[in-house]
Design a protein. Structure first.
Length: 72
């Protein structure tokens, strides 16, 4: 399943890169792209575990940038 989400309070491009690297290591994630300029996250992940994967993505984002939120 491929979905796009808006991000809120993503402060720097370096943080976006760190998030991409960490999220790409989550089992079931096929593709991840975080655009700092557009403040968007695009993810392609296993349909069967998508909700579980997104919870892990949220936790990962908070570790890198505690103020950043995914607008769902």
């Amino acid at each position: 399943m491929k979905k796009k989400y808006e991000l809120e309070d993503l402060d720097c491009a370096n943080c976006a890169r760190k998030m991409e690297e960490a999220i790409s290591k989550i089992e079931g994630v096929r593709e991840i792209n975080i655009s700092f300029m557009a403040q968007k996250l695009t993810i392609d992940a296993d349909d069967d575990r998508f909700d579980e994967i997104m919870r892990e993505v949220e936790r990962t984002i908070k570790k890198v940038e505690p103020d950043c939120n995914i607008l769902m």
